[in-house]
Design a protein around this ligand. Structure first.
Ligand SMILES: *Cc1c(COP(=O)(O)O)cnc(C)c1O
Length: 432
């Protein structure tokens, strides 16, 4: 059936009409995080370049989100496009079971070299959630292989680690829909991040209580992203490293959001000088080109699987793991980090965001303005009508997608100062 309703309020106010392909497909595409009955139809995009989204009616938006934080070099970067085009001609994909190809092997070596310490063993997958599942599986099985008990994960309120059933169980209990899925999700152990003496004391108590059943501590270092862009100090990560060592737990850093320059360093863990036992990467790994993820383990984790016993192997193998197009894009993305001043650009974005979002602090309804690296957040007391807010932002010519009670920007690290200014001015204008 083809829906015949008129375009939604958002589309009408944005004066965008649906192209035929959208009108026809709308009844069949199940949208992300959407109440299909009431949510406005998405904006039809026909092309991208740099930090711009081109809509089907010829209009252009400056993108403040970089497509869920992936397009760190902007869209359509010619170096990545050429690498993917070359790889497409040669070989788009072969299975990693029993076959090897250059892009995956080069990428694994390069990631190992860039990551701190002996994070040297790269397991590829195809999405962030799967990368986190693999990390949890590694942590649990490394204990099983050594004859140790402990299978639960300690995770933090406000965290986000994916949408699959096992990762939902380590997300913030409210956001992770623990209540709705009561009795369905694995029972994990939740605590607050140790940001002060009281929360540290409480965390220690939680760990002591559950020490016999825990396998790992899982955290998004420096920034809890999808949970509301909440920041914590590097010291928190040092504390978690110390606690993990004291209690013999595996420390997992989920850098799917923070990896690749977003917080101002290549990886967030560098700012704490902490080496986790396992790290997960995805989002900006291919510069926003195609889906790819990686779970990287230190030697002592890998060694727990290294055995003459076949049962000790990591029994995991996503069909498209190490996809050659994705790995070619990721290698080209790493070239760009090596050749171009991405981290300096992230730091310059941080300075500009400080300058330009500061004015929002005094606006009515604003609770907090915070900036870390290329992440700028204006937190409101509440957002009553998100669709209306979204529409006003669109009218300013920007793509910024408020969620929970925050309006945020995570632009491409390559964004020009004038374009970033357009984003911050749009936020100020709309909120004032
Ligand atoms: C997005 C995200 C995930 C999930 O990645 P998907 O590719 O959406 O499965 C996990 N952890 C963090 C920190 C993320 O930001």
């Amino acid at each position: 059936m083809v829906p015949s309703e008129p375009p939604s309020l958002t589309l009408r106010l944005a004066r965008i009409t649906m192209p035929d392909w959208q009108r026809q497909g709308a009844a069949h595409v199940w949208l992300p995080y959407a109440q299909m009955k009431t949510s406005p139809p998405p904006l039809p995009v026909v092309a991208t370049d740099g930090v711009r989204l081109h809509l089907s009616d010829g209009r252009t938006l400056i993108d403040g989100v970089a497509s869920w934080w992936t397009a760190c070099h902007g869209y359509n970067h010619p170096h990545i496009q050429n690498a993917v085009r070359d790889q497409l001609e040669k070989m788009p994909h072969v299975m990693l079971g029993g076959l090897a190809h250059e892009q995956a092997y080069r990428l694994a070596s390069r990631l190992s070299a860039k990551l701190p310490g002996d994070l040297d063993h790269v397991f590829f997958s195809d999405s962030g959630s799967v990368a986190v599942e693999v990390a949890m599986k590694m942590a649990i099985q490394s204990r099983l292989n050594r004859g140790q008990s402990g299978h639960r994960i300690l995770a933090f309120r406000g965290g986000y680690h994916g949408d699959t059933l096992a990762t939902m169980a380590v997300c913030d209990p409210e956001e992770g829909m623990h209540a709705l899925f009561n009795g369905v999700l694995a029972q994990q152990v939740m605590a607050d991040l140790p940001i002060d003496d009281a929360s540290l004391l409480n965390l220690r108590r939680v760990i002591e209580t559950h020490a016999h059943e825990l396998a790992a501590i899982l955290v998004e270092p420096l920034v809890q992203g999808a949970g509301g862009m909440v920041f914590h100090d590097a010291q928190v990560l040092c504390t978690l490293r110390a606690l993990a060592d004291e209690f013999g737990l595996t420390l997992i850093f989920d850098e799917i959001f923070t990896g690749f320059g977003r917080t101002g360093s290549m990886f967030a863990c560098e700012q704490a000088g902490v080496v986790p036992d396992i790290i997960t990467l995805s989002k900006a790994l291919t510069g926003g080109t195609s889906p790819l993820a990686a779970t990287i383990a230190r030697k002592h984790i890998f060694d727990a699987f290294w055995s003459d016993n076949p049962d000790h192997a990591l029994m995991h193998g996503p069909t498209f793991m190490g996809n050659a197009l994705g790995c070619a894009a990721a290698n080209a993305s790493l070239d760009l980090f090596e050749r171009e001043p991405r981290l300096a650009q992230a730091q310059a974005i941080e300075v500009q965001l400080h300058d330009e979002l500061r004015a929002c602090r005094t606006l009515a309804g604003v609770r907090d303005v915070r900036i870390k690296g290329a992440i700028g957040v204006v937190e409101l007391h509440s957002i009553k009508d998100r669709a209306a807010l979204q529409t006003k932002l669109l009218a300013q010519g920007v793509w910024i997608r408020p969620f929970r009670n925050i309006v945020y920007v995570t632009p491409a690290l390559t964004i020009a100062p004038q374009d970033l200014n357009t984003l911050t001015r749009a936020i100020y204008n709309v909120l004032s």
